[in-house]
Design a protein around this ligand. Structure first.
Ligand code: ZN
Length: 331
């Protein structure tokens, strides 16, 4: 008897769920398609163990070109910008990529006075003058918008003062929505090369691509949960060796997962994410801040392997991306 009841309940339950779904399909607005812009911070970075700075720029330009990404955004830091560094930024701009400000010396806004921070930003703005395809976007180093301080009232005042100063300069927040620890994966690569270990480029490329695709899916779920729609996503990456090595693989994987790569111009025109969140929580990008503000997600909901050192190391180990320690490790 109990079995019959169970079957009957399952049947009824299924019927209700099915009709609810049909009803939803008729009334729910189209959440939009999965679109993502690629952005790269800290350019022009110095020599790595795999690419010199100049070779890396060439490799990246080639990869974006072959992958057909269209324009990406380059958020430049200008400290020590010499003729070669400027030539690299020039090359990115000339190829159609968007060049924007990521400060001169990459300070933490929370640990720097408003005056110093803005002077640093102004210096970068001056040094970037004359480059092609400049955009009035500003990206905070470490995504620290000044609100990290212990004293919440002072932190809020500083955050507001920085917003005001940037707005007076016509600079818009070059926010991100998809945050990954690509910098950690690159540092693992640098360490492996230093230790004389063999690098399995396919395996490493898989980790890089999986990391980006899984992070994009994570933030897509967050957007659907909090906004009920798909805003244009902005992916934060760095101008590093791993990018120069594996961008084609990463872009192909994003497309297989249903993403369209879009121009950062299009992403930053999306009205869904224009309003600056009120919360002081900014370290994981604008979507996470909106999620936090909505009260629908607790801090634990932001955990994801793509933004976790141990999680990335576990993937690298599982894929056997690096061989045994070499005998003649470089110093
Ligand atoms: Zn940076």
């Amino acid at each position: 008897m109990r079995i019959i009841w169970t079957i009957l309940l399952l049947f009824l339950g299924g019927g209700i769920a099915a009709s609810a779904q049909t009803g939803m399909a008729q009334t729910e607005p189209d959440p939009g398609s999965k679109r993502i812009a690629l952005t790269y911070d800290d350019a022009p970075r110095g020599d790595g163990r795999l690419f010199t700075g100049a070779d890396r720029t060439e490799a990246l330009l080639d990869q974006w070109d072959k992958a057909g990404t269209g324009p990406v955004a380059i958020f430049a830091t200008t400290r020590g910008l010499d003729r070669d560094g400027r030539a690299r930024l020039q090359a990115y701009g000339q190829a159609g990529h968007r060049i924007a400000n990521h400060t001169d010396t990459h300070p933490w806004a929370s640990r720097t006075s408003v005056g110093e921070f803005i002077a640093d930003t102004d210096r970068a703005e001056t040094l970037l003058e004359g480059l092609p395809n400049r955009r009035p976007w500003f990206r905070f180093p470490y995504l620290d918008e000044g609100g990290y301080g212990e004293d919440r009232i002072a932190a809020r005042a500083k955050r507001e003062a920085l917003r005001q100063a940037l707005s007076e300069r016509g600079l818009r927040n070059g926010y991100v929505t998809v945050d990954t620890y690509d910098w950690h994966l690159d540092s693992l690569l640098q360490q492996a090369l230093k230790d004389g270990r063999a690098v399995d480029e396919d395996a490493l490329g898989r980790v890089y691509a999986d990391m980006v695709v899984d992070a994009a899916a994570h933030y897509d779920r967050m957007a659907m949960d909090v906004l009920g729609a798909r805003p244009a996503q902005v992916l934060l990456l760095h101008e590093n060796d791993i990018a120069a090595l594996a961008t084609h693989r990463m872009v192909a994987a994003l497309r297989r997962a249903g993403w369209t790569i879009i121009d950062p111009d299009e992403a930053y025109a999306d009205p869904a994410l224009q309003a600056a969140p009120d919360t002081l929580f900014s370290g994981m990008g604008r979507l996470a801040a909106i999620a936090r503000e909505s009260g629908r997600a607790g801090a634990d909901d932001f955990d994801h392997w793509s933004a976790d050192e141990a999680g990335i190391e576990a993937r690298v180990a599982a894929e056997k991306a690096f061989g045994e320690q070499g005998r003649d490790a470089a110093p």
